[in-house]
Design a protein around this ligand. Structure first.
Ligand code: CO
Length: 326
């Protein structure tokens, strides 16, 4: 759902109160975190969506990497997963086998196990997983905790929503967007383990609300302002070309409407920058808020672990809970 209507619905629900629900007081937490002992908490999340590419195995891999991502964003270690499947009667069984095989491969790569699942007849295929992980509550990383002076790192380029729209429209082939497909299939595992090892202040993963939405959530949860450098934003090949052709997903317009009021200099943004900032991501990277004196260390460790890292901005005490785009 679009962020506006979703927030409206959530506001009408009773507040959950449980002394073990650690995330009860953390706005925009990526996953629910529930303490089961002094040193151990469950981290739980769920995500599923319609096919984003034509190849069913790759679709399964991307859906699983995406579902696992919220656990990684909080510094958790995934342990079990459940498949969620909507599948049309008219499609061949081999397609479903391919989707589930792709998902299983990624869950295995994450060191977790699929323990079951549920299927429903559906007009359009849908696939995703409910994932459970573990974390030491003392080591939990959340959207709250970013401090003025922190540097912001992003671990994957942007633009998957625009490219997926171009693929659906027949303007691009899967081969022409292979870099983005590889990116979406990549687990945020190395990024997560590295930030745990180095020690960071806050993190979230970039998914449906786009870089702008998730950055704004981090700013609000942490009570800080954020400055993003437009020139430093990493973008997959062809994204600007496709965006210039108007291949913007509906979610991009929803994000624009909902999150643009949170940008202090919204009236002076270039159209291309706005397209990138608000593009809904599938299986996007981690946005990490780290103390300035640890920036080089974490970048080195990410890179040597095979994970990219771009410095895209910093945290400020100015304009709390708002973003400025430089
Ligand atoms: Co998330």
């Amino acid at each position: 759902m679009a962020p506006g209507p979703l927030a409206q619905v959530l506001r009408q629900l009773p507040k959950v109160e449980d002394k073990n629900l650690i995330t009860a007081d953390i706005p925009f937490a990526d996953a629910g975190v529930y303490r089961i002992s002094e040193s151990c908490a469950l981290v739980q999340s769920v995500d599923f969506f319609t096919p984003i590419v034509n190849d069913p195995t790759i679709y399964g891999q991307i859906a699983a990497a995406n579902a696992l991502s919220d656990i990684y964003a909080m510094g958790g270690r995934p342990i079990t997963a459940l498949n969620l499947i909507g599948f049309p009667k008219c499609l061949g069984q081999e397609v479903l086998v391919a989707i589930l095989t792709g998902g299983a491969e990624k869950v295995h790569e994450a060191g977790a196990v699929i323990v079951g699942g549920h299927t429903v007849d559906d007009d359009e295929p849908k696939y995703g997983l409910s994932v459970t992980g573990l974390v030491d509550p003392a080591k939990l990383i959340t959207t709250a905790g970013a401090k003025p002076g922190d540097r912001l790192l992003l671990t994957k380029p942007l633009g998957t929503g625009i490219l997926a729209t171009a693929l659906k429209g027949g303007v691009l082939t899967e081969g022409e967007m292979s870099e983005a497909i590889d990116g979406m299939m990549t687990l945020n595992r190395v990024a997560s383990e590295t930030m745990q090892a180095v020690g960071v202040h806050a993190c979230t993963d970039i998914t449906g609300f786009g870089l702008l939405g998730h950055t704004l959530e981090l700013a609000q949860a942490s009570g800080v302002g954020i400055v993003l450098h437009a020139e430093s934003l990493p973008v997959y090949p062809q994204v600007f070309e496709m965006a210039a052709m108007g291949l913007i997903p509906e979610g991009g317009y929803n994000n624009r409407k909902h999150y643009l009021p949170g940008v202090t200099n919204r009236d002076s943004l270039k159209a291309a920058v706005l397209d990138i900032l608000t593009d809904p991501q599938t299986s996007g990277g981690l946005l990490i808020s780290v103390a300035a004196d640890k920036e080089e260390t974490i970048k080195q460790q990410l890179t040597s672990g095979g994970c990219s890292a771009w410095s895209i901005g910093h945290v400020t005490a100015d304009h709390p809970e708002k973003i400025r785009i430089d």
